[in-house]
Design a protein around this ligand. Sequence first.
Ligand SMILES: Cc1ncc(COP(=O)(O)O)c(C=O)c1O
Length: 477
Amino acid sequence: MPANSLLLDPETRTKLWAQVTRAIEKYMQEVQTARVAPELDPEKIRALLVPFDFAHSRDPIETAEFMVRALWENQTHTPHPRYYGLFNPAPTAMGVAADALAAAFNPQLAAWSHSPLVIEIEQHLIRALGRRFGFSSTDGIFCSGGAEANHTALLTALTRAFPQFASQGVRAVKGQPVFYISAEGHHSFHKAARLCGLGTDAVREIPVDANLRMDMAVLAARIERDRQEGFAPFMIIATAGTTNSGVVDPIREAAEVARGENLWLHVDAAWGGAAILVDEIRPVLAGVERADSITFDAHKWLSVPMGAGIYLTPHLEILDSAFRVPAPYMPREAAGLDVVDPCLHSIQWSRRAIGLKVFLSLAVAGWEGYAAAIRNMISMGELLRDRLTAAGWSIINRTALPLVCFVDGKSPQGRSAGYLDQIALEVVRSGKAWISTTRIAGGIPVLRACITNYRTGPEDIHALVAALDAARGAAGS
Ligand SMILES: Cc1ncc(COP(=O)(O)O)c(C=O)c1O
């Protein structure tokens, strides 16, 4: 056993790194041979862990080997090309390498003086992404994911609307603050409403039109009614790529309403924001340049390992107003330099070097490399729509993005929730693909398949349609 069980000795470490990189490479080369989803047996997993009572030290090589085997067998393989799920991609190779470097160098992202390179890398990326979205100048912050970015948006909108909010909280506001989001918007805003002390009643869910986009007439009427009733509207959220069906709200119209009503416009482009990189589909985001803030998750369509949320804003002072809480123990060497300590501009304090994996991935792929990957996913989405239609499935949603909601046009029960749930379950149980069901437009059950993986090819689409057909037989019988 190595003398130092934390650092290990150089010989053991060298073996360990070789073993881990071999395991990573094998996973990248062979993940498509695995069942996409495991059989779910909590007892079996707990039994695997029983021997780990931590009462004695274990051999590092054997322990790492155990973990690699256990991971292969006990997770839904989101990097699998037939995982048609929840915006969890196959991670980029450079992203995996960057995360390993981030773990080893362990930069501290609270204070600029501790990690000047990585903090400047993040700011460089934020300015570059802001320019892509059409901002003339951009501030922003990397965060754990879309939920934290949306929470940040809520806090900055509250800070802008109610100047006493930062010190006195919502009790300083005359009237209950309320904000507006499509009924198809992401539920992280409901949690954020609780975390901000607003409560979920503050979330005004606006119904959608026939194309699942936020209904602008209802939005305007609801704001007017709320003002008459003494509420304090402060923010509109347009979703660019809804989680359910990949639909983009009319951002330009939302911007008009926001301007007319003096409300903050946030665009939740957690997934769909990457459309900005592709000429043919960029127009779906028209108006995004007028946003007061944007959520964009690099761990979704930029395919870096989780988590990598990004909050962007053209208001260069707002993060400072919302988050600056000085502390005497923080390093001071950078005082006087034209730099910002991230902990003064964000929810988190010490945190991981999130931007590194985005920087290395983007440096190697370039904008064009990403555009090509996204174009390929869009064409796989089109192929899936064609193949499903040919096999008698009916497509329910309309979007330029590769997310398909569908029902069974061939079966008399093809629109029933029970039948569709059973189809999804059969597909998942088969191990051949992973899809899910959801409810759109306030309750319509659909099957949902999203191409979120740059490795998904035509053969994977054919395999999904075949698995669905097989499930149809099982579900109907
Ligand atoms: C539109 C949208 N916003 C926000 C989120 C939350 O992102 P995260 O899971 O990274 O916190 C998601 C997640 O899928 C999403 O689809």
